[in-house]
Design a binder for this molecule. Sequence first.
Ligand code: BGC
Length: 764
Amino acid sequence: MKKIMLISAAVLALAGCKSDPQLGKDSIDKVLKAMTLEEKVHFVIGTGMAGFGGESAVVGATKNIVPGAAGTTYPIERLGIPSIVLADGPAGLRIDPTREGDENTYYCTHFPIGTLLASTWNQELVENVGKAMGEEVHEYGADVYLAPALNIHRNPLNGRNFEYYSEDPVVAGKTAAAYVRGVQSNDVGTSIKHFAYNNQETNRTGNNAVISPRAQREIYLKGFEITVKESDPWTVMSSYNKINGTYTSQSKDLQTTVLRDEWGFKGLVMTDWFGGDNGAEQIAAGNDMLQPGTDLQYQQIMDAIKDGSLSEAELDVCVRRCLELVARSPKAKGYAYSNKPDLKAHAAVTRQSALEGMVLLENKGVLPLKNVKNVAVFGCTSFDFIAGGTGSGNVNRAYTVSLLDGLKNAGFNVDESNKEATLKHIADEDAAFKASLTDQLSAFYPTPRPSEFVPSNAELSASAKANDVAIITFGRNSGEFFDRTSADFVLSPKERELLNKVTAAFHAKGKKVVVVLNIGGVIETASWKNIPDAVLLAWQAGQEGGNSVTDILTGAKSPSGKLPMTFPMNLMDHASSANFPIDSDTGVYFTNRREDIGQKDVDVTRYEEGIYVGYRWFDKQNLPVSYPFGYGLSYTTFEYSAPAVANDGKTVTAKVTVKNTGAVAGKEAVQLYVNAPAGTLDKPVKELKAYGKTKELAPGESQELTLTFPTSELASFDEEASAWKVDAGTYTFLFGASSRDIRCTATAEAAASETPAHRVLLMK
Ligand code: BGC
């Protein structure tokens, strides 16, 4: 440490020397040439993180530029290199809302979670949300936004699925690309994460994901490939885990061969915070920047250069990319940020976008609410709406609109007789939980959801008499560090009791019951979905959640969200459940790598299902599901006609006409699947290749949608040949309202083709 401080002092002493080249004025080459070895090594690692032993390594005390941001880069004053700010995402900018000695506030907008954005199936909408997020990044003085997150929903229990988009790589990639385009239109950067295979939180910094090259290419890398090619993100964040035995941040196969040589990525790769275990190997792999930076990494790089295992030329490759990133940042350009983003306008953006990603799962004639004035609300979550998940994806917002508030804002008389007792119930359970925490990690444990508060039969009966309809909200929350449990996947006995009793009381009086799911990931629905009269999947809809839900309940907008994942009958129906740490007694492993004790799916997770993730598996096995991938109801109906597909060898162009055949206006998300001819490789029954959404169609109105994708995307990855192969033959294109509701089909021929890929990322 002392050594670092001495070097730093020497560096500072040089500050201002007239002959020094300056970043922004002089060429990157010149600046790079002028850097000492020590400066270079400092520059590729961040300035440390308070509380993690890194603070003393900070030169220039940059940690206070934007308090609450996740990291900063190393400044070198004498070369005109400023420190740039990296801040989370992905549901909005995460910075501290207040600052010591400062009366201003720095709240950010909590937008809907990633899963909800994907459920909109509307790339234009996602781009607009990205635009609004990017404005907050820009105006609050951050330079790179650590988002979007697009790992695949391999299993419903991954604790961070809420940040991610889908079980399908095309939905993940297209959504992320739209998001990146939106954010970056503000001249700030993004960091698409976590590259790659970060599909569980259990032992996330030590877990070795063992995955076949084919499943990697077709499922886990494909979304990143689409995002890189379609949106040119400034940066990529490598993941914590290992792939086939190597930390992803230390894998040259991944960070250079695939990402840069094959996909043409031109930006910078940074580690996830404290990821990997060898700074020198990270640099050699092409993982250009190590965040938040530790003294150990500095030493590892220096030692490797001294013993010749890492060359200065290899280091220079990464230094150059770091210089390029800093040079394009708002900070380097001297952008005078206002600290006053348009929070009011963004509240409207989140409200509108959230309602388009809500998915109507069931509706037996109760929605939209008609002739309803008096509403009874039940369930702890109705009073305490969940805006989004926990961990680095949390956003410090000024407020969250609950369902109760949303209903009141819309002019309903909401029966509040439950409110006080429910809030007391939540507070009591919270206090008991806090009192029960003893171990040193306890501050990291998310507060569990409260058990449900069930009013007495007499109270319920009085409520059913006094009100026109009942709404019950069930909530789930999760976040970084933890996977969900099988108990979290199902309704608890108390939740069932509430559902049964409220429904019995209201049905006895001829009144209806609506269930709202304020959740971040998939739960079991098959066993209870027919008890209430409607089920609305609201996801975690950001700070305006209660208003957005109300807009759907009243019919101000027809729901048009569809599921970007399957809702299975049972958790164990997923092939991945055989190799996922379901209720594994693992303890909590944060940034510390655990000792390898050989626990299945903790140390090593074998992705034995290969490419058969999500609907690809349920279709292959012909398994019943509770709700299929792509499913979602509307208040209106749509008819599909005139399907046509053409393939000119470069692009597949598909057209279909969608007509609103119902009585109210609405939008329809159309999915284009392909069924390949029998060839050399085993193929899924169908695979999504493109999708689109109509504009809002008035009753009787039609629109022709055109969906395109590169012909090369018909290929599967042939491991033996290490090549992408398109088999010759007749391909059937399926136009679906969901993966199990195919409305019409068309066929087109494709010629055989083979595109070689590097033989890398192999299973050992
Ligand atoms: C998370 C990243 C996040 C980073 C910085 C890590 O723990 O995995 O998603 O960007 O912290 O906060």
